[in-house]
Design a protein around this ligand. Structure first.
Ligand code: ATP
Ligand code: MG
Length: 558
């Protein structure tokens, strides 16, 4: 492949793509229609990205379209903030639903009509059992359920009661509408599932129009049908709902016949992908918000600097299958690192500064040294870095009594300062507590640019910044949010499983002057450290950088 060619990313292949392909080839469908159906009860997380990439990806690859449909059937938990964030996140991933924006609430009237149809057909009834009674009569996986005493109400009575439910005559929980299917079914979802419950709650879109709301199962398949969805793709936990999904389609005069397919959800170690848990972390203030960069939400990944292209590449590598598995966070970091290595400009930043005085460098002298912005992309140009008598290096790049393989600074050793000179350490200055607070070094003026004319070699090249001209900054390092791979598993306390060291604040970092111009969201490699971007908290004079990902695999060490 020539250098200037972009590599061709192979179109993904998986069992769902095979099904769609076959359905189009056989003429079963003329074009593919998918949907991404989030419930607006929280921010989207990286698991949702898998579903978004699959649904919108199928539509792109096979020339169909994908609807964004809000599954807004539970006003008690849903909010406009979530609707807005979900739209922003889908767009950020680079997908466009165009005019295909829908809400389950668009279909409330139609769903209501269909519910009456079921009642008229003797296939639904109003049940006055309390929620506890309904639960107790459901049976278990091994025992059949018991029929409700209200199961054999007449059609007239059921219609009357259901209309009065709609009219607001009953308080929350007084009764429900249930499908009359089979209390003895081996599939608990078919044991007279609840279709409507009473909820005197204002809805973000329909306001106070409704005080009864359809549940997920009664809304989902019918919404798919109304929209002409051909392939309704969901995660494996809905497999047991499929017979119910089909029962509604079989028993209602729906306009089209969608088909449900299930795939394994994305799970990632050391984090949780469940809006319920993430909501708990936010409400209990264990994180600073939904976009706290330690969160697995798309808003958090964006704030941390993860490029959407890298996220999509990660999802592609994970693939679509039916076997449940837990993906290693290392694969995610690797993918992000690989993308940024190609695209991020280089700068120098010292995270934990140690002052170096270059004793033979003239006081008051400052020279501008040239540095390349990307080692493999000359088109990204160069910049100037001021060099002076006092600079900072990284504390960990000095050891007073180094072990054999430590080639960085120690008394008597010579190293290269990137883009600058060779320096040699003469002495370490200590404070009263015995801590090294400054290094006294000398430089070799003949090594300008980083090479010695006599050909002598050094074994280490260090990054550095000038002391006076560098910018103070706070750098935030993010580690896994949880200290075990399966937080909350086996009934363990999710909050107790949190990693106390998930956030490291480095308040005294010093950055080269060019970083004053870093654009919001632009990710930059700090040489030898990792990839960083400004946080929205950053202001001129009070810079704040987030570490997107380190240069090396920090998990392996830990
Ligand atoms: P959560 O458990 O996090 O609340 P959810 O399934 O309740 O997730 P929805 O808003 O209903 O959240 O999800 C929208 C779509 O995203 C659904 O089709 C769901 O199957 C899919 N989805 C949710 N979590 C994952 C995941 N971890 N991996 C892949 N797809 C997912
Ligand atoms: Mg859900």
């Amino acid at each position: 492949m020539a250098d200037n060619e972009t590599p061709i990313v192979e179109a993904p292949r998986d069992f769902i793509r095979d099904i769609v392909d076959a359905d189009l080839k056989s003429g079963k469908h003329k074009s593919v229609v998918t949907r991404f159906p989030p419930e607006p009860n929280g921010y989207l997380h990286i698991g949702h990205a898998k579903s978004i990439c699959l649904n919108f990806g199928l539509a792109e690859e096979f020339g169909g379209h994908c609807n964004l449909r809000f599954d807004d059937t539970n006003p008690a938990k849903e909010a406009q903030e979530y609707i807005d964030s979900i739209k922003a996140d889908v767009r950020w991933l680079g997908f466009d639903w165009g005019k295909n924006l829908f809400h389950a609430s668009d279909y409330f009237e139609q769903l209501y009509i269909w519910a009456e149809d079921l009642i008229r057909a003797g296939k639904a009834y109003v049940d006055d059992s309390t929620p506890d009674e309904v639960h107790a009569m459901r049976g278990t996986l091994t025992e059949p359920g018991k029929e409700s005493a209200y199961r054999n109400r007449s059609v007239e009575q059921n219609l009357d009661l259901f209309r009065r439910m709609r009219a607001g005559e009953f308080p929350n929980g007084k009764c429900t509408l249930r499908a009359k299917i089979d209390m003895g079914s081996g599939n608990i979802n078919l044991r007279d599932p609840i279709l409507y419950r009473i909820l005197h709650d204002e809805h973000p879109r329909t306001g106070k129009t409704w005080c009864i709301y359809p549940n997920y199962d009664f809304a989902h398949g019918q919404s798919d049908s109304i929209e002409g969805v051909t392939h309704s793709i969901c995660t494996l936990e809905f497999e047991d709902h499929k017979p119910l999904y089909e029962w509604f389609l079989d028993n209602l005069p729906v306009p089209s016949r969608p088909r449900q397919y299930e795939f394994a959800r994305l799970n990632i170690g050391y984090t949780v992908l469940s809006k319920r848990f993430l909501n708990q972390l936010v409400t209990e203030k264990r994180v600073s918000g939904w976009d706290d960069p330690r969160m697995p939400t798309l808003a958090a990944l964006r704030r941390r600097g993860v490029p959407p292209e890298a996220l999509k590449d990660f999802v592609r590598r994970v693939g679509v299958a039916r076997a449940n598995s837990v993906v290693d966070m290392q694969l995610f970091d690797f993918t992000v690192r690989e993308f940024l290595n190609k695209h991020a400009q280089r700068r120098m930043g010292v995270l934990r500064p140690l002052k170096v005085v270059i004793e033979n460098y003239p006081e008051g002298q400052v020279e501008e040294l040239e540095a390349v912005n990307h080692p493999d992309d000359a088109a990204l140009g160069t910049r100037k870095i001021p060099f002076a008598r006092e600079i900072y290096v990284e504390q960990e790049d000095f050891m007073e009594n180094p072990p054999k393989k430590f080639f960085r600074l120690s008394p008597g050793t010579e190293v290269r300062l990137r883009y600058a000179y060779f320096i040699k350490c003469r002495e370490a200055v200590k404070n009263a507590a015995g801590e090294v607070i400054e290094l006294r070094c000398t430089y070799d003026p003949a090594t300008r640019g980083g090479n010695a004319p006599d050909g002598r070699k050094v074994k280490a090249t260090l990054h550095w910044v000038p002391a006076a001209q560098s910018l103070p900054a706070e750098v935030r390092i993010y580690n896994p949010l949880f200290s075990r791979p399966d937080p909350g598993a086996g009934g363990s306390d999710l909050l107790a499983d949190m990693n106390p060291n998930s956030l490291e604040l480095l308040k005294d970092a010093r950055l080269e002057p060019a970083l004053a111009d870093a654009k919001p969201g632009e990710v930059i490699q700090f040489e030898r450290q990792g990839y960083f971007c400004t946080d929205p908290d950053s202001k001129p004079g009070a810079l704040v950088f987030n570490r997107t990902v380190g240069l090396r695999d920090s998990y392996a060490k830990a």
